[in-house]
Design a protein around this ligand. Structure first.
Ligand code: XBP
Ligand code: MG
Length: 253
C-alpha cells in the first residue's frame, strides 16, 4: 500500500507552542479575570497531561485549588475564561511570536511537491491552527491541508483516537495509507489507537514521555544546519526528516 497522506499534530509538533504561547495566554486571561492564578513552567508541564484548554482549567480547579466556589455555572465560566485565553494566544501568533519547529516547513513543502495529501489532527482550538499556519507559512497554506481536524469537533480528546478517526474519515483514507507526526505520549496513544504509524519529535515538555510504539523518536525534524538526535531506532543514517526517510520508515504492505 502506498503512502498517501501525512497527518500532523500541532502543539509541540509543528511548533513549540506550549511554554511561551499557550501558557502565557492562560496567565494573561487569568490576570484579566482578576484571578491570582499563575501557571509556572513547572505547573504547566504537569497540567499538560490533560489535553484541551477548557479541560485543563477544570483539572486545575479540581486538583490544585481548595474549595474554589463559583456562584454561576462552572462550565460556562470556564468556557468564557478559555475564550479570553484564545484571544491572547491568537494575538501572540499574529505578532509572529511562535515560529515553526526546525525542518517542518521543508517536510511540508517536499510532501506537497511529491503530491502527498496533508492533514492536521489536533486537540487545540481550530482558530489556533489557522492563525499559526497563516503567521508562519502564509495565508495560502490553509489550502495545503485537505483536512484540519481540531478541538471540540469530536467528543473525546487525545489520547482517545477520535480526532484521528474523524480525520481519516474526512480524508476517505485508511490508517495504513497515512503517517502521523506527534510530540507527546497522549498524541502518540491517540494516533496508534487509530491504527496509524507514528513518528515522534519530542520537546522539552515531552522528552521523558513513554513513546512505545513510535516508528521513530527524535528531538526535532532537523534541518541542514542542525541534524536531529535519534532516540529510536539506532540504525538510521539520515540527519533530518526528509521525505525519503518518511518513505523508508513507512510500513511495506
Ligand atoms: C495540545 C493541547 C491543546 C493546547 C491548548 O494539542 O492539548 O489543548 O495545549 O490549546 P495538540 P486549547 O498537541 O493535540 O495539538 O487551549 O485551544 O485547547
Ligand atoms: Mg502535541
Amino acid at each position: 500500500m502506498n503512502l498517501k497522506a501525512l497527518i500532523f499534530d500541532v502543539d509541540g509538533t509543528l511548533a513549540d507552542t506550549e511554554r511561551d504561547g499557550h501558557r502565557s495566554a492562560f496567565n494573561l486571561a487569568f490576570k484579566d479575570a482578576g484571578l491570582n492564578w499563575n501557571w509556572t513552567v513547572q505547573i504547566y508541564g504537569e497540567l499538560l497531561s490533560v489535553t484541551g484548554g477548557k479541560e485543563r482549567i477544570k483539572h486545575y480547579i479540581d486538583q490544585y485549588l481548595d474549595n474554589f466556589n463559583l456562584i454561576e455555572d462552572q462550565q460556562e465560566w470556564i468556557a468564557n475564561l478559555h475564550k479570553s485565553k484564545t484571544k491572547h494566544y491568537l494575538a501572540l501568533l499574529e505578532q509572529g511570536k511562535i515560529p515553526l519547529r526546525p525542518g517542518v516547513e521543508k517536510l511540508i513543502n517536499s510532501a506537497r511537491e511529491a503530491g502527498l495529501t496533508l492533514a492536521i489532527a489536533t486537540t487545540t482550538t481550530p482558530e489556533n491552527v489557522t492563525y499559526l499556519l497563516r503567521s508562519t507559512l502564509g495565508k495560502t497554506s490553509l489550502d495545503w491541508f485537505k483536512v484540519i481536524a481540531a478541538g471540540d469537533i469530536v467528543p473525546n480528546k487525545k489520547p482517545a483516537s477520535d480526532i484521528y478517526d474523524w480525520c481519516l474519515k474526512e480524508l476517505n483514507l485508511t490508517a495504513d495509507q497515512c503517517m502521523a507526526f506527534e510530540d507527546s505520549k497522549n498524541g502518540l496513544k491517540s494516533a496508534l489507537s487509530a491504527g496509524l504509524q507514528t513518528l515522534v519529535t519530542y520537546n522539552a515538555y515531552t522528552k521523558d514521555d513513554d513513546f512505545t510504539g513510535a516508528s521513530l523518536i527524535t528531538n526535532q525534524m532537523g534541518c541542514e544546519s542542525e541534524g536531529f538526535k535519534i532516540k529510536y531506532p539506532e540504525n538510521i543514517q539520515s540527519r533530518c526528516f526528509d521525505l525519503d526517510l518518511v518513505k523508508q520508515l513507512f510500513r511495506k504492505l
